[in-house]
Design a protein around this ligand. Structure first.
Ligand code: PEP
Ligand code: MN
Length: 339
């Protein structure tokens, strides 16, 4: 249920109402908008007396929220959420590009790529240290030494780091070292892991599962938010369809649809959607045109010898050329590139 207060409502009136709701066992999320304050009620609202609230003179409007997601719902929070990471921001008109290799392979590799993507205008560095691989015989990532190499690249370039967390046992390590915690497509419905990252203070980049609906994806964000961490960035990375030409099928519709359903920022990963380097640019530009709040792109300085996903990685030169086009398109659509 959403209670929209009148612009004239005083703080004391709002607090009194919040206390009443809390007394009924409800949790109350307070959003202070430009014009008014919105109270988002979470819990069993069936016993709430609608008449009593609508006759409160400080209340403008009351709406029941039928969707199962509450905190992530745009009705709870009409303005875009802006997730801040260092000096960069994602959402609310601020567009960020996250770039880097699929996985961290060596100090030379990650620092060289970090330098290049920074020079081209990326706001954050990506790189997996713990990799979710389909085969147990494939490279599994460098593990914790890989995290330390990401930190060295951050120290040199100043780029915040984005990397995937697969196990609850590393939550504290990630809380201490990482700037944005990625939850991969395969773990989108690992509810225990979602609850644990919900207790951390770092922003979470939540990828859409391989075959999940918008509602299921937003419900996973709700798991994180219900534990107190409201800094969730949603990432469309392509879904499974009957088409086998591409690795996945980029669902461009997800951008306007999910941004209408939720206030959370939506970014796009054209690399894992396409699975081929030459398709990354058109898909990235389509995402910008469709209103995405950012991109996460795989860039490798030696794609042919990459330990993971070389076929879909851009060279630093191709990434630089793409960034020029992204800038031009952002300018056309009235958004700014965060750096
Ligand atoms: C990745 O970003 O490297 C990755 C494994 O992505 P996804 O979870 O989308 O497959
Ligand atoms: Mn990858």
């Amino acid at each position: 249920m959403v209670v929209v207060m009148k612009p004239t409502a005083r703080q004391a009136d709002i607090e009194k109402l919040v206390k009443e709701f809390e007394g009924q066992g409800l949790q109350v999320g307070i959003t202070n908008g430009v014009d008014c304050t919105i109270l988002g009620l979470v819990g069993d609202t069936t016993a709430v007396d609608l008449n009593k609230i609508t006759t409160n003179e400080q209340v403008e409007r009351v709406m029941r929220v039928s969707e199962p997601y509450k905190r992530a719902n745009r009705k709870f929070h009409p303005e875009d959420t802006v997730v801040k990471v260092g000096s960069a921001a994602i959402g609310g008109g601020s567009f960020s590009v996250i770039a880097g290799p699929c996985s961290v392979e060596s100090k030379d590799q990650i620092t060289a790529v970090a330098r290049d993507v920074k020079a081209s205008g990326a706001a954050m560095l990506r790189g997996g240290a713990f990799k979710p691989r389909t085969s147990p015989y494939s490279f599994q990532g460098m593990g914790t030494p890989g995290l330390d190499l990401l930190l060295e690249a951050k120290a040199e370039t100043g780029l915040p780091i984005v990397t995937e967390l697969m196990s609850e046992k590393y939550c504290q390590l990630f809380e201490d070292k990482v700037d944005v915690i990625q939850i991969g497509a395969r773990n989108m419905q690992n509810f225990d892991l979602l609850k644990e990252v919900g207790k951390l203070s770092k922003p979470v980049l939540l990828k859409r599962g391989l075959s999940n609906s918008y509602e299921e994806w937003i419900m996973s964000a709700e798991y994180i938010m219900s534990e107190g961490n409201e800094n969730v960035i949603l990432c469309e990375r392509g879904v499974r369809t009957f088409e086998t030409f591409t690795r996945n099928t980029l669902d461009v519709s997800a951008i306007p649809a999910v941004k209408r359903m939720s206030h959370l920022p939506v970014i796009v990963d054209p690399s894992h959607a396409a699975g081929m380097y030459w398709m990354v640019e058109p898909l990235a530009l389509a995402a910008v045109a469709a209103g995405a709040d950012g991109l996460i792109i795989e860039v490798h300085n030696d794609p042919q010898n990459a330990k993971c996903d070389g076929q879909q990685s851009l060279t630093p030169e191709k990434f630089d050329a793409l960034m020029a086009k992204i800038r031009a398109l952002l300018e056309l659509t009235g958004r700014t590139l965060a750096q």
